[in-house]
Design a protein around this ligand. Sequence first.
Ligand code: TRP
Length: 330
Amino acid sequence: MARVFSGIQPSGELHIGNYLGAVQNWVQLQSQHDCIFSVVDLHAITQAYDVATLAPRTVEMAVGLLAAGLDPERCIVFVQSHVPEHTELSWLLNTVTPLGELERQTQFKDKAQRQESVPAGLLNYPVLQAADVLLYLAALVPVGEDQLQHLELMREIARRWNSRFGNGFTFPEPQPLLSTTKRVLGLDGQAKMSKSLGNTISLFDSPETIWQKLKPAATDPARVTRKDPGNPDLCNIFTIHQGFSPPATQEQVAHNCRTAGWGCLDCKRVLADNMIAALTPIRERAQELRARPQRVTETLRAGAAKAEALARRTMTEVRRRMGFLDPREA
Ligand code: TRP
């Protein structure tokens, strides 16, 4: 079985963009592969963040992942900072990472542009990400397209480490596993769905809230009146249908849109019903988990222990190949 690793930042509440773009796919993968999923809190501190809410956001993200269907019996779910080897390997990999490649990362350039003082951690973000995956010798990394450049750099880092130190032990070069679902935009139909932009539907929104948010949500901008035919391919609501509605419904929705057979509100009502059916059990599971916080922290502790055992094995090899004095021989 191929080893799979992926991570998600502890933004707090999961939204349907996270769910359709990543988490739903992870739930599928856990029954086909040897999967490790992490709440990457060490990545979350590379930009200005709220200290007081980091821990609760981390727990809440874990609650979301478990509620959405990650099963700790079938995959490892853990918090990145609970396995200190991530930080350790990250430092070691920094020494084989070309600075120029880090400076060329578009995500770095975007984020760096928006602040006056750029922390080195933001530049080194992709090195930590490489450490996440290489630590477990993972072969596959389910990610969105925005992470392809980081994956390419990760392979470059693996190659450089392998050619310098990989005598008898080498890192596999991890391949991306692109999700097939189209990226869901925010309800404004403009930017990507993101909590900080306030344009999300949360995975835990009540049926009433889902409908309240869907009603005014952006559709194909060319469809001004009820009589204008629309283009489902240009409609974010149709993209969400593709995540929640069965294929036959999707076809019918597309047809009714193209022929102006119905209005956007009719289309949204069908979507709301399908979303509510899919999300209600997830919302209820999350409520159960929140009522038992000890069980969640226990699950995370057990996950970290399993991850740690794998990480230690890799680090023993890495330390030896890089020539460090073994403390037991000192
Ligand atoms: N950078 C990823 C994101 O923002 C999160 C992440 C951290 C990750 N480490 C990872 C994804 C390792 C895949 C593998 O989405």
